[in-house]
Design a protein around this ligand. Structure first.
Ligand SMILES: Cc1ncc(COP(=O)(O)O)c(C=O)c1O
Length: 485
């Protein structure tokens, strides 16, 4: 039985820590050639880890095993879900956080975290050109952030009484959102007790943007059904395709009807840092609330999410309940340094250090450089797809997400065949090559989807992807036609 004394021994920690940093540095060095997502069966994985518990292990062996059995976001062949490879410096920030167990619920338990959080929010608001007076906080993920912002919308726009105190009563509130929005919006609305009808999905156009010309009719219909519209949500950008709603048109609509205007910028808000693509976010500064994940395009590990309110005091609206042992409510002064007043979480880790370390040690341009780089990889890749007659590009990318499919003209494929073909290509690609990408359904048809998050992905990797798809697709098509003749 290893003793508690050894567990907390600084010399042991130094040895283990140096060894881990060496392991990680070697790992980062090896990732240029790494299979992005090595195949593993859940049952085998479970047995492997169960053995470690049964037989015991050393920190070195345990850490090596976890590394081996992980998805390698730092591989240039990683083009999968919207998770960026975290900057190694930020991983060191997390190590520090792990030792001090930095918390930010109340100032006296997390002083550094509280002030860094305020500065991170202020700096990000400046970078994204949000309006003066913007305030907010960090929270655990876009899902929770959207819920928190919508709770603020409920508090601000509730017609009479207090939903926090009295519940929803007979009111049937609803929000308007692009049908392409992330499912967490629907989830948030249901959590608030507004049910399925609480989300009014607005159809999207051929570029998967909300058809804002349908909004007037949608609000009349909702009202005629006895619903009470409270908010409208703009997507910047959408999960499947990275499309950006017309935020200016949505802001106009919200103003006309006195609705709360929220923007889900979990993925795409950082695109405002890219001079060529920033125009897609015109109107961002007009939102009452906006959220952004720092773990999708801002080089942080998950979960790190900012919630921003145009009118800073709205950040305090959501949770009115008393917690006398933690917070004093005998004053109306907004004690910004007690973050627990504004967040869903009570104990919340000091995630601000992640962003603050990049801002203070590298400067804010590093974020712009990253966003421009990954958007450029996506734009170049999309151009290659468009130029290749064997492929179909779903739409020009607004950011670092590219949806496309293999679509040879001969032999002629039915729509279902084409879906199967692309699904098979994707499965074989992931099983047999270094590449990891995902698939999505657009208008019910299967497309391949790349999210370029690794700034080290080069032209040889993207060109190699098209070649690999072509070769696997050709093989499958040949086999099929042999079988059918
Ligand atoms: C547009 C959008 N909103 C919200 C979320 C949920 O964010 P999180 O995974 O941080 O909870 C996602 C996740 O992919 C997203 O793409």
């Amino acid at each position: 039985m290893k003793s508690l004394t050894q567990l907390y021994d600084p010399a042991t920690f130094r040895r283990q820590g140096h060894s881990l940093v060496d392991l990680l540095a070697d790992y980062l060095k090896s990732t240029p050639e790494a299979v992005a997502n090595p195949h593993a069966e859940p049952g085998d994985m479970l047995e492997g880890f169960r053995t470690l518990l049964k037989e015991g292990t050393t920190p070195d062996d345990l850490f090596k095993k976890v590394l081996t059995d992980s998805v390698h976001l730092h591989s240039p062949y990683y083009m999968g879900h919207q998770m960026n490879p975290p900057a190694p410096l930020v991983a060191l920030a997390d190590l520090l956080n792990g030792i001090i167990n930095g918390s930010t619920a109340i100032f006296e338990m997390g002083r550094a975290g509280a002030v860094m959080e305020r500065l991170v929010i202020e700096h990000t608001a400046g970078l994204l050109q949000l309006s003066k007076g913007t305030s907010g906080f960090l929270t655990n993920g876009g899902t929770l952030a959207n819920l928190t912002a919508l709770l603020a919308a409920r508090a601000a726009k509730w017609p009479s009484g207090d939903a926090w105190k009295d519940g929803n009563g007979d009111l049937r509130p609803c929000v308007f959102v692009n049908e392409q929005a992330h499912y967490c919006i629907d989830r948030a609305v249901r959590i608030m007790g507004w049910g399925e009808a609480g989300v009014v999905n607005i159809p999207s156009d051929d570029k998967f943007r909300m058809r804002t010309e349908l909004l007037e009719e949608a609000i009349s219909t909702a009202r005629s059904k006895g619903m009470t519209p409270l908010a409208i949500i703009g997507s910047a950008g959408t999960t499947s395709t990275g499309s950006f709603d017309d935020l200016g048109a949505i802001a106009d609509f919200a103003e006309r009807h006195g609705l709360w205007f929220h923007i889900d910028g979990a993925h795409g808000a950082p695109v405002r840092l890219d001079p060529e693509k920033a125009h897609q976010l015109n109107g961002l500064e007009r939102a009452d609330s906006m959220i952004m994940d720092y773990h999708k395009m801002m080089m942080c590990p998950g979960l790190t999410t900012g919630v921003f309110f145009r009118n800073g005091t709205d950040a305090f609206r959501t949770f009115h309940q008393q917690a006398d042992y933690l917070l004093s409510f005998d004053t109306n002064e907004e004690d910004w340094y007690n973050m627990g007043r504004r967040t869903f979480e009570c104990t919340k880790n000091m995630m601000s250090l992640r962003v603050f370390s990049l801002l203070s040690c590298y400067g804010s341009d590093i974020f712009r450089d990253y966003v421009v780089r990954v958007n450029t990889i996506a734009a170049n890749f999309a151009a290659d797809v468009r130029a290749n007659p064997l492929f179909e590009l779903a739409l020009d990318p607004g950011c670092n997400i590219v949806c496309f499919r293999y679509r040879p003209t001969m032999p002629v494929h039915s729509a279902d065949d084409l879906d199967n073909l692309n699904a098979m290509i994707r499965a074989q690609l992931v099983a047999e090559t270094n590449y990891y990408l995902v698939q999505t359904r657009l208008r019910s048809r299967i497309y391949l989807r790349c999210t370029f998050t690794n700034p080290k992905t080069e032209v040889n990797h993207t060109a190699g992807l098209l070649q690999a798809i072509q070769s696997i697709g050709g093989e499958i098509t040949n086999l099929r036609s042999q079988f059918l003749t």
